[in-house]
Design a protein around this ligand. Structure first.
Ligand SMILES: [Fe+2]
Length: 277
């Protein structure tokens, strides 16, 4: 059975803090960065173009792998929701997980704006689960948490791994899985790795995924360089890792894609890079 996923990431909808409460802590640095770079890098016009382009494509499921906003402000989330609305009509066909910018500063649970504006596309359980068809299942993880001023790292909780392990066992052996998580597990050659920007438990998480050959695909964002990587496994199919960040930023020199269309055909995965028009 075939299914087509459209994968976008790191849209970074932005507004500026309006009052003293919103200016707190890390947002001072974030607002400086926004003022200097991000507002120019993520014009709202490009987000609207992206929505229109995806509306004109044929797809079964939309995946957004985090960083909907820049500063986790409520107006950033409401702008994201309003702009993306044409794509969100059927929550069964949409998976949206949070990124570190969506948990930028500490909030009380009542003020978790990601949950308020996009929680319905994740659900209330430890992991998000969406059965695409009898062959493929999407599993969403929430590894984003607030950090100190100069850190952007995340953590896949033990409870998330336990819940995923239990889920894998509950499906027939032939079922294949797609994990959606904000943080990358691989990096381009020569990449300068910054442990304070990545998953704190990257190595154990990557090894755990590689030990589960039914997990065929890992969709993520976070680093704003689109890529597709392959991790071989001994005597079982490889793991394919797709980075769709950022789908709306102004293109950098040599950029080949803004986002990806992923066709799942029984045992085959075909990834098509697409540029934002
Ligand atoms: Fe991120």
């Amino acid at each position: 059975m075939n299914a087509t996923i459209v994968h976008i990431s790191d849209l970074h909808f932005h507004t500026y803090p309006q009052n003293f409460r919103e200016w707190k802590s890390k947002r001072i640095i974030g607002t400086g960065n926004l003022f200097l770079h991000r507002a120019r890098q993520f014009p709202i016009k490009r987000a609207k173009q992206l929505v229109e382009q995806i509306q004109n494509m044929k797809w079964d499921h939309l995946v957004i792998s985090g960083d909907l906003t820049q500063l986790s402000l409520e107006r950033g989330f409401s702008l994201a929701r309003e702009t993306l609305e044409p794509l969100l009509k059927d929550p069964e066909r949409v998976t949206i997980i949070p990124g570190n910018h969506d948990r930028y500063v500490k909030h009380s649970a009542a003020n978790d704006y990601y949950k308020q504006y996009f929680g319905e596309f994740f659900g209330d359980e430890e992991i998000h689960v969406c059965k695409l068809n009898s062959d493929w299942v999407i599993v969403g993880w929430d590894s984003a948490h607030p950090n100190d001023w100069l850190t952007a790292a995340g953590t896949v909780r033990r409870s998330t791994i336990r819940a995923t392990e239990k889920l894998l066992l509950s499906f027939p052996e032939k079922t294949r899985f797609v994990i959606v998580n904000h943080y990358p597990l691989t990096f381009p050659e020569g990449w300068k790795f910054d442990q304070f920007h990545e998953l704190y438990n990257l190595i154990p998480v990557r090894n755990w995924i590689l030990r589960h050959p039914n997990i065929r695909l890992y969709l993520h964002g976070h680093i704003h360089r689109n890529w597709t990587h392959h991790l071989p496994r001994v005597s079982t199919p490889e793991l394919l890792l797709v980075n769709s960040a950022s789908s709306t930023s102004t293109p950098y020199t040599g950029q080949k894609s803004s986002f990806h269309q992923i066709d799942l055909q029984e045992d085959n995965v075909r990834v098509t890079p697409i540029m934002l028009e």
